[in-house]
Design a binder for this molecule. Structure first.
Ligand code: NAP
Length: 256
């Protein structure tokens, strides 16, 4: 991890997504020195290929210092669309260190015919919408936001998350620990078995967790979709191949 004497990583990927792992694999396959950074939120994260560091940088200044110290020539912010603080930190920190930054962000989901979607700006707005949409709720918005639903004592929740959630939690709650990808048949069965009346999701986008939306459409279950938070205006691409080309363009000529 950045030991003096070892080969200096030239590319930093801010990760925690499948796109970040795919980009790391693409760079490793081309012998580009890359280090992927994870926040350390998940107990047993899926690790990308290549070098990995875990934990925060200490804000934009910490990130800028880390980039300079490790001789980084390009940064790709491939963090999750809802990871707001690291996105701001990346924009400020990379600019301060004078290192080019690319944002790799998968497109959001779009409703299809038959969908009954209700957009919410925040998880709090999603919680306010729920009582008029149903009483048996499938929450797939992550364990960190569960406190937002803790006062909804009249509703029953099935919350699916990777690691166990911590209080405060809704009183009528069943927790399902699991990690995608999911298939439409499984999602349909899960929602049917639990007699789900409304689904809550962030607009994460991507195919790994999309099946629940198809299942909701089939079962005519309304969906509360939380909008993505704003991100700083940095050059952004939607697919791994384009991010790989951009990154190779930044390191070519410097490879040993
Ligand atoms: P966040 O609120 O944007 O970040 C909080 C702090 O965690 C940041 O200020 C930074 O600390 C540190 N951090 C975040 N991502 C990091 C990374 N990739 N490498 C090093 N430090 C990082 O983020 P979050 O919403 O808690 O998400 C944390 C991670 O989980 C992200 O990397 C994201 O890609 C992944 N993830 C998030 C979600 C989601 O719904 N939010 C879903 C799936 C995966 P310092 O300020 O100290 O640098």
């Amino acid at each position: 991890m950045g030991n003096k004497g070892s080969i200096a990583p030239r590319v930093l990927i801010l990760g925690g997504t499948s796109e970040a792992r795919a980009l790391a694999a693409g760079l490793v396959a081309r012998d580009v020195p890359v280090v992927s950074s994870l926040a350390g939120r998940v107990a047993r994260p899926r690790l990308p290929e290549g070098e990995v560091r875990i934990g925060g940088f200490g804000g934009p200044d910490g990130l800028a210092a880390w980039l300079t110290e490790h001789g980084v020539t390009a940064v790709v912010d491939a963090t999750h669309p809802f990871a707001e603080r690291i996105g701001t930190s990346a924009a400020t920190g990379a600019a301060r260190a004078g290192v080019p930054l690319l944002r790799l962000q998968r497109p959001g989901w779009e409703p299809a015919p038959g969908d009954d979607w209700h957009w919410a700006d925040t998880l709090g707005d999603a919680a306010e919408l729920l009582p008029r949409l149903g009483t048996r709720v499938f929450l797939t918005s992550g364990r960190q936001g569960l406190a937002t639903f803790a006062d909804l004592t009249g509703l029953w929740f099935l919350a699916r998350c990777v690691d166990p959630p911590e209080p405060p939690l809704p009183p009528r709650l069943e927790v399902l620990l699991s990690r995608g990808p999911y298939r439409v048949e499984e999602e349909t069965e899960l929602m049917r078995t639990h007699r789900i009346e409304v689904l809550v999701t962030k607009d994460s986008g991507g195919s790994m967790t999309e099946a629940k939306l198809v299942a909701a459409r089939r079962l005519r279950v309304p969906v509360v979709v939380v909008r993505r938070p704003p991100r700083p205006p940095v050059p952004t691409v939607a697919d791994v191949g384009t991010a790989l080309e951009w990154t190779l363009g930044r390191v070519s000529g410097g490879l040993t």
